[in-house]
Design a binder for this molecule. Structure first.
Ligand SMILES: [Cu+2]
Length: 164
């Protein structure tokens, strides 16, 4: 419910900024821009400072609906740069979150497939593209990640970061 509220508020702010009826505010992009991860519900870390990266991890995404590697280990306190590559022919994304957040978010994506993620904890990539997430894992535990494109998460396009 919080996410919905946030979404409405941001959409309203966007509309005010850009003028009602602009294609940007009314279109799919506006819809996306108003969409926020419910990150407060579970601690998964914080956006990292690129100048403080202590570890770089390459992640490959394919149309086989897999991340490689799907399991990674980091130390608590580390700032990690994920170099993410989409080796497939369709769009994929990597979104960091708790399992519960990813599940909830995935359900939203199923209803609104045009949504793209550009928050600090996510990178959405067209075929053949590469991108990055810089993230600080500030406490021990497990942080999940997944591709929330419709059908992908359910097909097993997910993984986890073990923070020790
Ligand atoms: Cu995918």
């Amino acid at each position: 419910m919080k996410g919905t509220l946030h979404r409405i508020t941001l959409a309203a702010a966007l509309a005010a900024l850009l003028g009602a009826g602009s294609a940007f505010a009314a279109g799919a992009h506006g819809e996306h821009a108003g969409h926020a991860m419910p990150m407060a519900s579970a601690p998964i870390g914080v956006p990292g400072d690129a100048a403080r990266v202590t570890r770089t991890i390459d992640i490959d995404m394919t149309d086989a609906m897999r991340f490689t590697p799907a399991q990674v280990q980091v130390k608590a306190g580390e700032t990690v740069r994920f170099n993410v590559r989409n080796s497939g022919k369709i769009r994929h994304e990597m979104v960091l979150g708790s399992e519960a957040d990813l599940q909830a978010h995935y359900a939203m994506m199923m209803q609104d497939p045009g949504m793209r993620h550009e928050e600090a904890n996510a990178v959405s990539l067209d075929a053949g593209k590469s991108g990055q997430i810089v993230w600080k894992f500030d406490r021990a535990g497990s942080v999940s990640f997944g591709c929330l494109e419709p059908g992908h998460y359910a097909a097993g396009m997910k993984g986890a970061v073990s923070v020790q």
